[in-house]
Design a protein around this ligand. Structure first.
Ligand SMILES: Cc1cc2nc3c(=O)[nH]c(=O)nc-3n(C[C@H](O)[C@H](O)[C@H](O)COP(=O)(O)OP(=O)(O)OC[C@H]3O[C@@H](n4cnc5c(N)ncnc54)[C@H](O)[C@@H]3O)c2cc1C
Length: 433
């Protein structure tokens, strides 16, 4: 019997690890609730993971298959399960974050190499798109040119049925915790995600390039929380979008390219978990003011666009890309809050929170050296709101006291003009060496 260890690939469709395992014999699935990850995150994110695991178990069961769940450290759980069931080989989709690489090395050692790794988390995996000299890219545009020229991965169907297994009598399949979320969760599971993809492709894709930038996040797919847990295959989503075609499709798939670029950046520079991508920016005069941090985190700064973003995120677990750029810029460039602390808190509020994309987003918006984003571009927070929420409807929804107007509704926690001057003076000094 083979075992598929699902991690950020909670799906049956287009799953190369599962397809390969089934090709070589009867297969059982396993999800490990990794205490190292789950203890360090929030109830909403744990609940989202549990609900998608439950949906995966249901998908297995509908096809006559079995998904085990276990809690603990993967390098202890895997060898034990392999021994209990006499597993011949373990199959898994490769993950590339620093912790995942550490974990997988531990597991591979414990299993004495009885594990195989497969693509599937990205369209093109980290280190697959390289410069002509074999080195990694640091700037998006040349990366994306190579990415678009690369051969499309071959998609794989979900299995229609699982061959029967010979499990020991009364074998404990493990139970999935029920954890309450502090925000309403979207419906879980690949069936729903695949339907949501179809609806987006039908209704919004053709105008995506024109509507994607709105603060209300209405013209976008909202599929990120499915991509992050691998409930939906990004490879399938991209190919379906390109079949529809048009400018919207090209722009949308280019965003999936940004996702791959983020994975590639973190793979090659794990130090960006804690250090600025360009280490010169470590020397900005950071201001570890916990009161200021709390006002930012809970949307109480007095600046409508910042507060609306953070209140929406707190209440829903989602925020538009424009909103993410706004609050990250405010925190890094204007408040000079330690970006590492903000990035972590922000990620734990997002249902789609993902190390690679979040780190790339914070570095990019904060001008910390990712891509070609210049340090001297500082958003005007009034015009951001007026341009990307022209009627003020979204602003009024989340900050009723603003009346939908972009100007501060009370004395802001920081003087925006003075903060901008302070940042630019410090940044210029660093940039000019
Ligand atoms: C400060 C900051 C933090 C971010 N943190 C995360 C995060 O933790 N997890 C996350 O998935 N995305 C993150 N992003 C990227 C982006 O904002 C979200 O992926 C997007 O808003 C999700 O909404 P959507 O699914 O409707 O996206 P769409 O606009 O419909 O895009 C389709 C998909 O492309 C990918 N994508 C889109 N934009 C980006 C981008 N800029 N970088 C990388 N991938 C992208 C996502 O997987 C997304 O689901 C962050 C961006 C910034 C500026």
């Amino acid at each position: 019997m083979n075992l598929v260890w699902h991690r950020a690939d909670l799906r049956l469709h287009d799953n190369p690890a599962l397809a390969e395992a089934l090709r070589s014999g009867p297969t059982i699935g396993l999800v490990v609730f990794d205490s190292q990850i789950l203890h360090n995150t929030t109830p909403r994110r744990r609940a989202w993971f549990y609900q998608n695991t439950a949906a995966l178990r249901e998908a297995y069961a509908q096809r006559g298959g079995t998904l085990l769940v276990r809690t603990g450290l993967p390098w202890e759980v895997l060898p034990q399960t392999v021994a209990e069931l006499g597993i011949q080989k373990v199959f898994a989709v490769y993950n590339s974050t620093p912790y995942a690489r550490y974990r997988d090395t531990q597991v591979a050692n414990a299993l004495k190499g009885q594990i195989g790794w497969f693509d599937g988390q990205y369209i093109h995996e980290p280190d697959a798109i390289v410069k002509p000299d074999g080195g990694p890219y640091t700037v998006f545009t040349p990366y994306s040119k190579r990415w678009w020229a690369a051969r499309e991965p071959v998609l794989l169907e979900a299995p229609t049925h699982f061959p029967p297994l010979n499990l020991p009598p009364d074998y404990n399949l493990g139970s999935i915790p029920q954890e309450a979320s502090d925000v309403p969760l979207p419906p879980a599971g690949e069936e729903v995600a695949l339907r949501a993809l179809e609806v987006f492709l039908r209704d919004k894709l053709s105008s995506y390039h024109q509507t994607r930038d709105g603060l209300a996040g209405e013209g976008v797919s909202r599929l990120s929380y499915y991509f992050t847990l691998g409930v939906l295959s990004p490879r399938l989503a991209a190919q379906k979008a390109l079949q529809v075609g048009g400018e919207g499709a090209r722009k949308w798939v280019n965003e999936l390219c940004w996702r791959d670029f983020s994975g590639d950046l973190l793979y090659h520079r794990p130090q960006m978990m804690t250090q600025a991508f360009d280490p010169r920016w470590n020397d900005l005069p950071w201001n570890d003011d916990s009161e200021l941090f709390e006002t930012w985190l809970h949307g109480q700064t007095g600046i409508p666009v910042v507060d609306a973003c953070m209140r929406e995120l707190q209440a829903t677990g989602f925020l538009s890309n424009r909103g993410r750029m706004v609050v990250a810029q405010f925190a890094v460039k204007l408040a000079l809050l330690p970006w590492q602390k903000c990035e972590r808190a922000f990620r734990n509020l997002l249902l789609d929170g993902d190390n690679a994309s979040n780190l790339q987003g914070w570095h990019w918006a904060g001008g910390l050296g990712v891509d070609a984003a210049p340090y001297f571009r500082v958003f005007n927070l009034i015009t951001q709101a007026e341009t990307h929420d022209p009627q003020g409807v979204w602003l009024k929804r989340w900050v009723p006291e603003s009346g939908g107007r972009a100007h501060p509704y009370k004395t802001p926690v920081i003087d925006l003009d003075a903060a901008r001057r302070r940042y630019l003076a410090a940044a210029e000094k660093i940039a000019k060496g």
